[in-house]
Design a protein around this ligand. Sequence first.
Ligand SMILES: *Cc1c(COP(=O)(O)O)cnc(C)c1O
Length: 429
Amino acid sequence: MIGYRSTRDPTKTSVRFEEALLQGLAPDGGLYLPERIPQLSPALWRSASSLAEVGIGVLGAWLEGELSPEELEPIVREALNFPAPLVPLGEGLYVLELFHGPTLSFKDFGARTMARLMGHFLRKRGEQRIILAATSGDTGSAVADGFAGQENIQVVLLYPRGLVSEVQERQLIVQRPGVRCFAVEGTFDDCQRLVKEAFVDPRLAHLPLSSANSINIGRLLPQALYYLWAARQLGGETLNFCVPSGNLGNLTGGVLAALMGQPVRRFIAAHNANRFFPDFLAGRREAFQFHPTLATLSNAMDVGAPSNFERLYHLLDPKCLRAWVWGTAVDDGTTLARMRTTYEQHGYLACPHTAVGLEAALRYREATGDPTPIVALSTAHPSKFPDAVGRALGMEPPRHPALEALKTQPTQVEPLEPHLEALRARLLG
Ligand SMILES: *Cc1c(COP(=O)(O)O)cnc(C)c1O
């Protein structure tokens, strides 16, 4: 059995996966990290027959002793019931499309798997939970969709009012059983701070709060799976991965895949104007020297203080991190230009987050001459961002049936001041 320890605990007390999953954030405010990382059989990235098979192999190794293969298999098959295809753009550049789940972003991988794992452990314990989560756009809808209808779990979501796209907002606030949405007068960092404060508030200590942010280990592990699946689709060779990043959860999933044994030459961390991490990698900023969040076109990546940085920093020391991960920051004008040239040259319509990644991938090639194939993760479907597509290309993205269906459904949302008192009153009310 693999134990999990808080990044901030010097006493090295460990808990089971089940505890780490149900707690989210450790009691001392740190993030859970595994005590050891299981080494995987190369068959998983060389010959697995499906993403679900990769999932069963990887999560089986992580959850050994806590979940039997018979319990795990239906969870994984039900959670990962959509494809993750690889689209070649030529010259060793591939797009890994992670937006074929129900809410059209890569967050469906983590949220759907985590919801089912939590549901399983809670049913066994006969317990309830309230998931409290901050979202910069896509997390909320993925979590709401993933958890809705689980009888022993309620969901409370906070998002920054006016800082998510209209489509993202509609996906978020569509009425779902057991889900409450709050539009916070503030930024994503305010939302994240409120969540952190609520978790340590003694007056809320009697509530069974849990998190579903990318800080939760249960969301992180499933985000390692598609790295292996991409390699499998390319014959198991050594790859570079380019990851459009905000809170650094997706990238941490990739680093875990590599630490489990998958051959990865380099990770490329693609950021927008929220450039703490690329600046840190280049030695222009100290660790944890964060900055306030800036609003950009790729708004799901608008994170000034990425919470998974603390985890990455404990997984790999700074020297190793800087050697393995190459970072760059892409501004909005360049993002739009990259959306345009990608469409013109390849007929491929990328969402702004994916375009940040494609720009970063090409910069990396130019800067290093490294000929290793690059898999650029595509994190959302372009139809979620009609404004950006319109600005880049002067046209509307094709309509997506899942988004069209939302237009006629009832919504639920309440405004919230960015103070703990206000949130506490709602949670207790
Ligand atoms: C959440 C998100 C990201 C950033 O992922 P992190 O794990 O927070 O780094 C990138 N693109 C899209 C579309 C997202 O929803």
